[in-house]
Design a protein around this ligand. Structure first.
Ligand SMILES: Cc1cc2nc3c(=O)[nH]c(=O)nc-3n(C[C@H](O)[C@H](O)[C@H](O)COP(=O)(O)OP(=O)(O)OC[C@H]3O[C@@H](n4cnc5c(N)ncnc54)[C@H](O)[C@@H]3O)c2cc1C
Length: 467
């Protein structure tokens, strides 16, 4: 008999949920991770630190209050890295505690160290209290996540030239910063440093950023970031980064030279499979370290599963959790449903963006007709109260069956508000529900009713003309 029914490599959102789901089904479960990484990238270096940092930035800079109290309003004048780090460390500590206690409550054995395959059912755990401990399991879930990709051509020194992990170890808030890569992580950090008063230059090879989002909302974000002194260099490629005594110069292929105190590379992420000895299990990863799985998260070796960022898109914490749970259920022979196709996207820039469903561009390309209903926060009493005049919510409505095709939100609370739209869409509701519903007043949720009425009025206009 093997030591465990299910063994999980990696304690991020995917691994945790796989372990707990199997334990809840009465299985003998173990989870392997380095002691200092319990909670994964999510808790220690990614989602939670970055979102806590954002909250600290918003609070200490007083940015979200400036429409009300004036442009010079600040909670603290000289914001230090210690001010920002304190909140982050506090939240990380609490979250790690919660996870440890959940694992303990569910009798999941935590094995400290890094795991690698010795054969398809045996894992060697190194770096823990024993030199190498061997454990066997009937089923194995690989949830080892990703690490920032580091181009060979760039001499990272973790002080001046850093990746997104390095943000958490900075010794001061830089006056100037170059962010290479305008993906979600790059642009989130660019907006946080811009809010802190850092002069940020974003260099992006493509002509656009966040092209999967609503174009109008991305334009609004760019406007806001420019207002915070962010410079965008789209369609530009970095040729080299020259390290200087104080700072670095980013040289672009176009010949431009951008001096900055700090250069942050956000050039994608690489699957953490290099140290897993996948070949011992009869598996292989692709060029980006990703593992291929089927619709049940099974690899080519049927008792080995992979979930979370290590399998690639969409690489989000919430999706990873659900994949982990489903993989464990499948491994335990439970009936498994697929993840609902409606998945919200949240981008924690300042201001934040969130959406669910399709964009105007995607619908137009697919020749799906739609009507747009818009609500602006400045027309809502709650918008005035909180001093958010730029926020907006946009509904894309089918004129044929009045269903919601997409919900796009920009501004305060966007990542929370989107779930109202997601629920209506997921339950097959129509714009009529939002028109007739009564919302608390004064709230931002009311924007759904305003946008629904706007869409309805536009549809009524067409109906009147064609009568
Ligand atoms: C800066 C940043 C911001 C982000 N913001 C958001 C956000 O706002 N919202 C969101 O949904 N997602 C966000 N993400 C993505 C989110 O963090 C990931 O989708 C999520 O953490 C992936 O979970 P996972 O289960 O794949 O494991 P991960 O969280 O990636 O953790 C993997 C774990 O596996 C461990 N491991 C690796 N190799 C081994 C081994 N050989 N043996 C044992 N353990 C091993 C690692 O130590 C690590 O603890 C962000 C990511 C980053 C980097």
């Amino acid at each position: 008999m093997n030591d465990f029914d299910l063994l999980v490599l990696g304690s991020g959102p995917g691994g945790q949920r796989a372990a707990i789901a199997a334990a809840k089904l009465g299985r003998r479960v173990a989870i392997v991770d380095r002691r200092e990484m319990i909670g994964g990238v999510c808790i220690n270096t990614g989602t939670i630190p970055s979102k806590t940092l954002r909250e600290a930035v918003l609070y200490l800079t007083g940015l979200s209050q400036r429409e009300l109290y004036g442009q010079s309003y600040r909670v603290k004048d000289e914001i230090t890295v210690a001010d920002l780090g304190m909140r982050t460390q506090h939240v990380i500590g609490r979250e790690v505690d919660v996870i440890r206690s959940q694992l303990a409550r569910n009798h999941v054995t935590v094995l400290a160290g890094a795991g690698h395959f010795l054969d398809p059912n045996t894992i060697g755990v190194t770096g823990g209290p024993d030199r190498e401990r061997k454990v066997t399991a009937d089923h194995i879930v690989v949830a080892t996540g990703t690490t920032p990709a580091r181009p060979d051509t760039v001499a990272f020194d973790d002080r001046t030239i850093i990746d997104s992990d390095g943000i958490l170890h900075m010794d001061r808030v830089p006056e100037t910063m170059v962010v290479v890569g305008a993906g979600v992580i790059g642009i989130e950090y660019a907006s946080m440093f811009a809010a802190l008063g850092t002069k940020v230059t974003v260099v992006e090879r493509r002509e656009r950023m966040l092209e999967f989002c609503d174009l109008e909302i991305v334009e609004a974000l760019k406007y806001h970031l420019r207002d915070l002194a962010v410079t965008f260099r789209f369609g530009e490629t970095v040729a080299s980064v020259e390290r200087m005594a104080h700072g670095a110069i980013t040289v672009l292929e176009s010949g431009k030279r951008i001096p900055a105190d700090t250069v942050m590379y956000s050039a994608g992420r690489q699957g953490m499979t290099g140290e897993l000895s996948l070949e011992a299990a009869g598996l292989a990863a692709d060029r980006r370290g990703r593992i291929k799985v089927d619709e049940n998260y099974r690899t080519e070796v049927p008792h080995i599963y992979a979930v979370g960022d290590v399998i690639g898109f969409p690489s989000l914490a919430a999706t990873s959790m659900e994949q982990g749970r489903l993989a464990a259920h499948h491994a335990c022979g439970e009936p498994v449903q697929e993840i609902h196709e409606l998945q919200p996207i949240g981008i924690y820039t300042i201001p934040e963006i969130s959406f669910v469903g399709r964009t105007e561009d995607a619908l137009t390309e697919a020749k799906v007709p739609f009507e747009v209903g818009v609500s602006r926060y400045r027309e809502l009493a709650r918008g005035q109260i909180i001093g958010d005049s730029y926020g907006m919510l946009k509904l894309l409505v089918s004129p044929e069956d009045r269903s919601l095709l997409g919900v796009h939100v920009f501004g305060t609370g966007a990542t929370e508000l989107v779930h109202i739209g997601q629920t209506v869409m997921g339950c097959g509701g129509t714009v009529d529900y939002l028109v007739n519903a009564v919302f608390n007043y004064p709230t931002l949720a009311e924007s759904y009713k305003v946008a629904a009425l706007d869409a309805m009025n536009k549809m009524r206009h067409i109906a009147r003309l064609t009568q």
